[in-house]
Design a protein around this ligand. Structure first.
Ligand code: NAP
Ligand code: MG
Length: 495
């Protein structure tokens, strides 16, 4: 797709702009609307309705009514499967429009929106649709005078709160398993990325999701998100976002109805490169893993731990990739990096970089906002070298294209350094030694571990973290477990 092709997609895109409540597109009760600003050039691109706590309450009521009357929860799994697959087909058919909106609102390269996110979104809907009529309940072996059943029942009303960095993929990771189990959902997209979620939901309605089963309330986190988290008739919150907001949501649960909360949070993931690795592949992939998606990734490889003996070689290769991945207009042909999500996020990224410099961390490339032709929020690949693991830039999640390189001398030291942050989302081990690969990956305190690759995998693998990266898993059959309750039924038989 060229810039001209994307311009032609722009002429045919039409996303709804209201709240989706009980199958209808409506305005907020107080009539409030918000402008959507594109980080590509700072232009206002749309106006959307934003809901407050009264709108969240309307959406939760609609979801509850739909859940209790069984219009979706009461269907055979094979019927829900048909609808999810029809939705997947529509997502594939309308992928260019969805990708366009996502790039417009959050700035990632449009070719990646299409090839990476939209493929994931369609596949996720299809995969959970295909899966749901293949899971079964359990009949444990018991005393012959009894029959025991362990049945899975949908939990009820799910609140899904998602971030802006992979707006559609994160929404799909929540919606597909929650809807597959029979739950009803209220989705609260991030305020920076409301448009793609609206079109996604419209396609869901066209595919046959009944009214009230899928509701979308855009709004501010502190209002709509907080109201959903504190609502007494929501059974589950599934969240992806920052560690700080995750903690707030747990408090809201504790202060309301003890709804269960699943949290996918931040990270400070490390690529650990040993001297026996394919060094060129390791260094280039490690660099890509932090600059891809502008570094706005929970799994961004924001730390590079490299054995002292190969430090210079690795740094040269990283600098080579950094030079090649300079940000451009995300609708430009094959732009290697796009715009950061907003001007205020750019300020936050830059403030963390300036703090690192002030603390004495050694900057070897980047380090200031980039001037890119359309004039939006662009930041170049930025690298600090020989960083002390206690330094702020080695500890805090930047959520931008900023890499901290540190060196180690032994395997034990590498593991200790890799585990030295409060996060535990992902990590990669680079070595050709099978024993080392096993021993080191086993010792890493993370939810996702790659060996000789980064960001690889498919829907069969659970995704999520440990420590302050959260708990609960997206993807895989394990994701279904978040959305149903186990019921134990013991039936005493006559002797
Ligand atoms: P965020 O500020 O935590 O926002 C995430 C979502 O929570 C947004 O929809 C936000 O709404 C909402 N929210 C904000 N305050 C809230 C509150 N008090 N109660 C309920 N909801 C609230 O995160 P972000 O800046 O969008 O995304 C970046 C973060 O997400 C990073 O830390 C990143 O590591 C993490 N992340 C994790 C994963 C993972 O799978 N582990 C994946 C992607 C991103 P507003 O937009 O209106 O503020
Ligand atoms: Mg936010």
């Amino acid at each position: 797709m060229t810039a001209t092709d994307w311009a032609s997609v722009a002429t045919r895109v039409q996303a709804p702009s209201g709240l989706l409540i009980d199958g209808a597109w409506v305005e907020a009760l107080d009539g409030r609307r918000m402008d959507v600003v594109s980080p590509i050039d700072g232009a206002r691109v749309a106006s959307i309705a934003i809901g407050g706590s009264a709108d969240i309450d309307r959406a939760v009521r609609a979801a509850r009514t739909a859940f209790e009357d069984g219009r979706w929860s009461g269907l055979a799994p094979a019927q829900r499967k048909q609808v999810l697959i029809a939705w997947a087909d529509l997502i594939v058919a309308r992928a260019e429009e969805l990708a366009y909106l996502q790039t417009l609102e959050m700035g990632k390269p449009a070719h990646e929106s299409l090839a990476i996110d939209l493929r994931a979104v369609g596949t996720t809907m299809r995969w959970f649709g295909e899966a749901i009529d293949k899971v079964t309940d359990e009949i444990p072996h018991t005393d012959p005078n009894a029959l025991a059943l362990v049945t899975r029942e949908p939990a009820g009303v799910v609140g899904a709160i998602v971030p802006w960095n992979f707006p559609l993929t994160m929404a799909a990771w929540k919606l597909a398993p929650a809807l597959a189990t029979g739950c009803s959902v209220v989705l609260k997209p991030a305020e920076q990325s409301p448009l793609s979620a609206l079109l996604l939901a419209e396609l869901g309605m066209t595919a046959g999701i009944p009214a009230g089963v899928l509701n979308v309330v855009n709004g501010l986190g502190a209002e709509a998100g907080a109201a959903l988290s504190a609502h007494r008739d929501v059974d589950v919150i599934t969240f992806t976002g920052s560690t700080a907001v995750g903690a707030t949501i747990m408090q809201a649960s504790a202060g309301s109805n003890l709804k269960r909360v699943w949290l996918e949070l931040g990270g400070k993931s490390a690529n650990v490169v040993f001297p026996d690795a394919d060094i060129e592949r390791a260094a280039r992939t490690a660099a890509w893993s932090i600059f891809f998606n502008q570094g706005e990734m929970c799994t961004a490889g924001s730390r590079l731990l490299v054995h002292e003996s190969i430090h210079d070689e690795v740094v040269d290769l990283v600098m080579d990739v950094a030079a090649a991945m300079q940000p451009r207009n995300p609708f430009a042909d094959q732009a290697p990096m796009g715009a950061l999500v907003s001007a205020s996020h750019l300020d936050r990224v830059d403030a963390l970089v300036q703090r690192a410099k002030a603390e004495g961390s050694r900057l070897i490339t980047g380090g200031a906002a980039a001037q890119v032709e359309p004039g939006g929020s662009y930041y170049p690949p930025t690298v600090f070298d020989r960083v002390d693991t206690a330094a702020s830039i080695a500890q805090h999640e930047v959520f931008g294209p900023v890499l901290a390189i540190s060196t180690f001398g032994s395997d034990e030291e590498a593991v200790r350094m890799a585990n030295s942050t409060e996060y535990g989302l992902a990590s990669a081990v680079w070595t050709r030694d099978l024993t080392r690969a096993h021993r080191v990956s086993r010792a890493l305190k993370v939810g996702v571990c790659w060996v000789n690759c980064y960001e690889e995998g498919d829907l069969t693998l659970p995704f999520g973290g440990v420590k302050k990266s959260g708990f609960g898993r997206d993807k895989s059959l394990h994701a279904l477990e978040k959305f149903w309750d186990l019921k134990s039924t013991w039936i005493q038989l006559d002797e």
